[in-house]
Design a protein around this ligand. Structure first.
Ligand code: FAD
Length: 339
């Protein structure tokens, strides 16, 4: 006969299981009666503790995000001066820890996490092993990406024995979902159960010759097994509305989650177009240029994002995904308008 204390613990565990049922992103979207809100966070710089992630997330968790994305950052090359005066090329990973952070967040907050996985820097074998780790940890949501060229490259170069495009990586994950591992001799191998999202670009991917070509390859990603799209950030909602229309005309019928980022410094006026290949509306740029200080700029960024969010909700966006880039006070301000 279990003691009273054990019975209480068993009840607690049952309660816990009921409160946190791991779900796929697509199931969250299907179940939702209104527009959801999710966040993307970055792993901290190497040397920082997991507490910095909790400090970032604590204020956002209050708004009950259905899932949290954690970005993946591959190695960069730096040159260090050697004693003999020559330069030594060293590979460094400034923001490791994506998988560990996902597991820690699920454990601490009982919320689903979506690790980003990329082609760059991985052989197929390394990818398979990373997917096995994720599967063992019970993480079955992924955002599947190619990754950008590293700083020392002009064009993206696939790892020898790795994937060139996100669509190839999707095929590998889809294979694993069907129990197909790289070693064909494996017997009785178990299937994984990954739900895959992919990136979409309302203002076109920077390498693509035109939007139609980009949509052609976006459609391939869906045909190979991706189940939803998260867009690159945009500041003019019309770009998203047009993109959704074009996708539907091209028979891309999966949910398309808009990605938003509030402007918070005057540097963003140049950094965001440079880094993400997007346009900033004239009205927004003028408002930022009129600001006297950083607080004013942050307020403009928040108000612009609130307006974008209201219109996107009205349009029927399934979920709004905020790129935090490590800043949450402005996201919290935006969210307080919708809770
Ligand atoms: P792909 O879908 O492979 O497309 C890349 C380019 O190739 C496009 O121009 C496409 O049109 C073209 N193309 C695709 N397939 C083919 C083909 N078979 N033949 C010829 N051309 C083809 N990067 C990171 O490093 N880490 C992250 O965590 C991360 N998170 C992101 C999250 C979101 C929501 C977004 C939008 C981007 C993210 N990125 C991240 C950046 C992303 O890796 C880059 O934008 C990258 O340049 C393209 O990735 P992709 O998955 O869209 O590539």
């Amino acid at each position: 006969m279990p003691s009273e204390k054990i019975c209480q613990l068993m009840k607690l565990k049952d309660g816990f299981d009921q409160i946190f049922k791991k779900m796929k992103v697509t199931d969250h979207l299907k179940k939702a009666k209104e527009t959801l809100f999710s966040y993307e966070i970055l792993p901290p710089l190497k040397g920082a503790s997991i507490q910095s992630i909790y400090d970032t997330l604590d204020p956002l968790i209050e708004f009950n995000p259905p899932f949290i994305d954690v970005t993946y950052h591959r190695e960069e090359y730096v040159y260090e001066n050697r004693k003999d005066g020559l330069l030594e090329k060293k590979s460094v990973r400034k923001r490791p820890g994506t998988v560990g952070i996902c597991a820690a967040i699920m454990n601490k907050y009982n919320v689903d996490t979506v690790p980003h996985i990329i082609c760059g820097g991985f052989t197929e074998e390394e990818t398979e092993n990373a997917l096995i780790d994720l599967d063992f940890l019970g993480i079955d949501n992924l955002l599947v990406l190619r990754g950008d060229p590293i700083k020392s490259e002009t064009y993206f170069t696939a790892e020898k024995g790795g994937h060139k495009y996100a669509s190839d990586l999707i095929k590998q994950v889809d294979g694993l979902n069907k129990g197909i591992y790289l070693d064909e001799n494996l017997k009785n191998s178990s299937n994984t159960n990954f739900c895959m999202g992919v990136a979409g670009y309302p203002e076109k991917h920077f390498e693509s010759p035109n939007l139609n070509s980009d949509l052609h390859f976006l459609k391939k990603k869906i045909e190979y097994g991706a189940e939803y799209i998260v867009t690159q950030m945009f500041f003019d909602n019309q770009k998203y509305f047009d993109f959704v229309k074009l996708c539907r005309e091209n028979d891309i019928n999966v949910p398309i989650i808009p990605g938003l980022k509030p402007i918070s410094t005057s540097k963003h006026l140049n950094v965001l177009p440079h880094r993400f290949h997007l346009n900033l509306p004239t009205d927004l740029v003028n408002e930022v240029l009129k600001c006297k200080d950083r607080d004013d700029i942050r307020q403009v960024g928040v108000e612009w994002a609130v307006q974008q969010t209201k219109e996107l909700i009205e349009f029927g966006a399934p979920c709004i995904h905020f790129y935090t880039m490590g800043n949450t006070d402005n996201i919290t301000k935006i969210m307080s308008n919708f809770s």
